[in-house]
Design a protein around this ligand. Structure first.
Ligand SMILES: Cc1ncc(C[n+]2csc(CCOP(=O)(O)OP(=O)(O)O)c2C)c(N)n1
Length: 204
């Protein structure tokens, strides 16, 4: 199916969903040791709470690095499907990464953004998406043709299924609510890195 045949939604019509629920729906579909890179804060808290797979990486401290890290993993291990999970505020801080991923045409990479319109974890200050920036339009503009809003949970699952089966790069944007995350990641950077490297099979 081409990008043109995808069911479509706009930021305005996309259902406001829950980040923790969507993260669990994604993780439930993984059975090939796919890598999942959770961005700073709530995004990786919900990834942690969805089950601590060794192929999960939890970014501590810096915004906007889920997609760049995921891109590096996808380049290093082209047989492995890689997902980046990022908040809207964090994604906006590192937009150049989208163009780089598009230029590389990284087929085994999918970026999922949770757009709640705010920097939730630092006090819910509004991000640019609250003022009209449409992240799918931005992603398309960088060259990521397979970019779409998830209309609802069922559509989100369809998009994940496609990302698992069909060549990317994919950009899946979701509208999400302001509910707190379902857990909090253990803040141990060395452990997170060591476990992830084992999960990717690069160390014992
Ligand atoms: C470069 C940088 N600037 C600011 C911060 C402080 N900070 C940490 S998380 C965060 C907000 C993240 O917002 P978003 O990615 O939209 O995720 P949400 O909190 O809404 O889940 C901010 C401002 C930081 N850690 N790094």
């Amino acid at each position: 199916m081409s990008a043109n045949e995808m069911k479509s939604a706009s930021r305005d019509t996309a259902k406001v969903m829950n980040r923790s629920d969507l993260t669990r729906r994604l993780v439930a579909k993984l059975n090939q040791e796919e890598a999942v890179i959770g961005g700073i804060g709530n995004t990786h808290f919900d990834l942690w709470a969805s089950g601590q797979r060794p192929q999960n990486f939890y970014m501590l401290g810096s915004m906007g690095l889920a997609a760049p890290i995921a891109f590096g993993v996808a380049m290093a291990q082209p047989e492995r499907q890689v997902f980046a999970l990022e908040g809207d505020g964090s994604l906006l801080m590192q937009l150049g990464a989208l163009g780089t991923i598009a230029a590389a045409n990284q087929k085994n990479l999918a970026i999922i953004v949770f757009d709640n319109g705010v920097y939730q974890i630092t006090g819910s200050q509004p991000t640019l998406t609250s003022y009209g920036t449409d992240l799918v339009a931005v992603a398309k503009g960088t060259g990521l043709a397979q970019s779409t809003w998830a209309a609802d949970e069922a559509h989100f699952e369809q998009l994940v299924d496609r990302a698992l089966k069909e060549d990317g790069p994919w950009f899946i944007a979701t509208r999400t609510d302001d509910k707190p995350p379902a857990g909090v990641t253990e803040r141990d950077a060395a452990k997170i890195r060591g476990r992830f490297m084992q999960g990717l099979g690069v160390t014992k």
